[in-house]
Design a binder for this molecule. Structure first.
Ligand SMILES: [Zn+2]
Length: 113
């Protein structure tokens, strides 16, 4: 993998969080896309669990299965929340977040990390 791809990974990851949730909001919540997008972007607060880790930020670490709110039981909980209409959008945002974090882990592995 070219070095520049590794260099842009953190930026691309952040951009994907904004772009994918924006795309889903625009497609699935046409009438209230801004509200839907805001809720899904707010699910990035789930990254506050990184504050429990040492170091807090490690660009070479896969967060899935490491941080408490990124654990497999937590992800299963987010999937279960999809069944509850009142919090479905929040759950969708969390699942998209976890999918993008998992994609970041794949990218990291391709870098040899
Ligand atoms: Zn995350």
């Amino acid at each position: 993998m070219p070095a520049w791809l590794a260099d842009i990974r953190p930026f691309a990851h952040l951009l994907l969080h904004l772009a994918v949730t924006g795309l889903v909001a625009a497609m699935a919540y046409r009438q209230s896309w801004l509200r839907a997008w805001s809720v899904m972007v707010a699910t990035m607060l789930v990254d506050l669990d990184h504050l429990l880790a040492d170091p807090v930020y490690d660009p070479g670490r896969c967060g899935i299965g490491f941080h408490p709110l990124h654990s497999y039981p937590a992800i299963a909980g987010y999937a279960a929340l999809m069944l509850v209409p009142r919090v479905r959008l929040l759950a969708l945002g969390l699942l998209i977040h976890m999918a993008l974090d998992a994609l970041d882990c794949v990218w990291l592995r391709l870098e040899g990390g």
